[in-house]
Design a protein around this ligand. Structure first.
Ligand code: SAM
Ligand code: SF4
Length: 329
């Protein structure tokens, strides 16, 4: 049973951990081209990440998602995964990746105890992929997806951000691709996180409602009643193994059942993706190394400041300075 219950009686059982702010891609909605990264001494060490992971699991967290930045470019990430994978009480260890390292690492990830994997992919066209990620690595990512499929993860899901007039004509192609591979896909609405200059977010915003309308013309979608306690709503496509998810952060419906918190690369525990309420866990573990009781009490106390909901508004220029790579998607 979790000891993490906030003032709105929501139980926190899910931690998302950003293990690096660095990345081999520069996706236009996530980063600027010349991104400045944190000095290394401000980033949690692997030992600190493991220590905090253990604290959360002892407090009742049963699911940890490893993310970033690109988690698979962090040196020795497999050691962290192996150690987290051994924690009793942790039933789900999952990861979100851009797929660029999967041909090398898929098998080791599975062996470390990673059961499910999310891979980001916004386009199946090489030039467009490059325009959106600022790297020419489509083939490498497609090979990574196949490597993950051959490794036998329990579930593989693509994460796709659709931007108006950039890749909105690929919605059906991407869905055909996942049906063919018998994997899942989630469409994520763009969020105003971080200051970017490549486009105005209000110009590129494409709602999940529009995507759903497009898909309903070609497929029969049956709502999946499984509750994910988060911003995702799922549908099964009839006669296929594929589920389609819609992650709609602009809708407020999901805040009532929010079950998650986020640990940023620099050790800030963020109580809501769309707000700045946080506590500095790095300061605590660096001033009192190894003091598990103290850090667990700080995490329990943080529940008092978990906000009721977010305030995302795509029409206002970014109110949140923090980039997605710091926070983890
Ligand atoms: N590098 C890994 C990846 O791309 O999968 C993990 C980290 S990335 C920040 C996690 C997810 O956040 C990706 O699926 C990405 O598309 C999404 N993302 C990044 N910036 C976003 C934004 N401003 N709005 C919505 N989704 C965003
Ligand atoms: Fe890197 Fe992921 Fe951000 Fe793209 S979305 S720049 S792959 S962290």
């Amino acid at each position: 049973m979790t000891q993490l219950i906030d003032n709105f009686n929501r139980k926190v059982t899910y931690l998302r951990m950003s293990v690096t702010d660095r990345c081999d891609f520069r996706c236009v909605y996530c980063m600027t081209e010349k991104m400045r990264f944190l000095p290394r001494d401000q980033v949690l060490t692997l030992e600190e990440l493991e220590f905090l992971g253990r604290a959360f699991v002892e407090l009742g967290v049963s699911k940890i998602r490893i993310t970033g930045g690109e988690p698979l470019v962090r040196n020795n990430i497999l050691t962290l995964l192996q150690n987290l994978g051994k924690l009793s009480g942790l039933t789900e260890l999952v990861i979100t990746t851009n797929g660029s390292q999967l041909t090398k690492m898929a098998q080791q990830l599975r062996a470390a105890g990673v059961k499910r994997i999310n891979i980001s992919l916004d386009s199946l066209k090489a030039e467009r992929f490059e325009a959106m990620t600022r790297v020419a690595k489509l083939d490498q990512v497609l090979a990574g997806i196949d490597a993950a499929i051959n490794t036998g993860f329990e579930r593989i899901k693509l994460n796709t951000v659709i931007l108006k007039n950039r890749n909105d004509d690929e919605i059906n192609d991407l869905v055909e691709f996942v049906i063919d591979k018998a994997i899942d896909i989630s469409f994520i609405e763009e969020m105003p996180l971080g200051v970017i200059s490549e486009h105005e977010r209000s110009d590129t915003f494409y709602s999940n409602q529009q995507i759903l309308k497009t898909l309903e013309k070609s497929y029969t979608l049956i709502p999946n009643i499984e509750n994910t306690d988060g911003p995702s709503r799922y549908y099964n496509i009839t006669n296929t193994k594929t589920r389609i998810g819609f992650i709609s952060p602009h809708s407020h419906n999901f805040c009532d059942t929010c079950n998650r918190v986020r640990l940023t690369t620099e050790g800030r525990l963020l109580l809501c993706l769309g707000q700045e309420h946080s506590i500095d866990l790095k300061h605590i573990i660096r001033t009192h190394p190894g003091n598990m009781t103290l850090v667990k009490q700080a995490i329990i106390n943080s529940m008092d400041i978990k906000p009721k909901g977010h305030d995302f508004n795509i029409n206002e220029s970014s109110q949140i300075i923090r980039y997605m790579n710091m926070t983890g998607g």
